[in-house]
Design a binder for this molecule. Structure first.
Ligand code: RB5
Length: 152
């Protein structure tokens, strides 16, 4: 992992503990300067579309290359993140899907469900997500078609 990318992380209240574990894991692995904790600061109720928007905009604006978004199931926050142009947010439940969403889909955001995926699997999936490059080739044309559907 020679490249100095930044990772933006957020969650709703349902996944606050997992988000905290992810931020701590990434800070140890990458250093504080490469981790953007976009909240929440505590487990008070908050809405996953708001948190998805913070990370999606950070990627759109170039503040971060990758993002991690967590809610109870990972479903709501992935749906919300994918409404932002150019954003490919992948809901993953295991290491295999975390690898494939990078290799085939060039996903920038890993979405996780704290109520369905344990912390150990979540952190392993995150490591694999960040270490796996996009394969390009035939997959690049498919990603371009997604962009075209968004008017990009
Ligand atoms: C919050 O209760 C819950 O609905 C949310 O975390 C998420 O699972 C939605 O998709």
């Amino acid at each position: 992992m020679g490249e100095q990318f930044v990772v933006a992380v957020s969650s709703d209240h349902a996944a606050f503990d997992l988000k905290q574990a992810i931020v701590a894991h990434l800070r140890t692995k990458l250093g504080d300067a490469r981790v953007l904790d976009m909240g929440p600061a505590d487990a008070s109720r908050c809405d996953y579309p708001d948190q998805a928007g913070k990370v999606a905009r950070a990627i759109q604006q170039g503040q971060a290359r990758y993002g991690v978004l967590c809610c109870g199931t990972g479903i709501g926050i992935s749906i919300a993140a994918n409404k932002y142009k150019g954003i490919r947010a992948a809901l993953c439940h295991d290491v295999t899907t975390a690898r494939l969403c990078r290799q085939h889909n060039d996903a920038q955001i890993l979405c996780l469900g704290a109520r369905v995926t344990g912390e150990t699997v979540a952190l392993e999936a995150l490591d694999v997500f960040l270490e796996t490059p996009f394969e390009g080739g035939r997959h690049a044309g498919r990603v371009a078609k997604i962009h075209a559907a968004e008017g990009l």
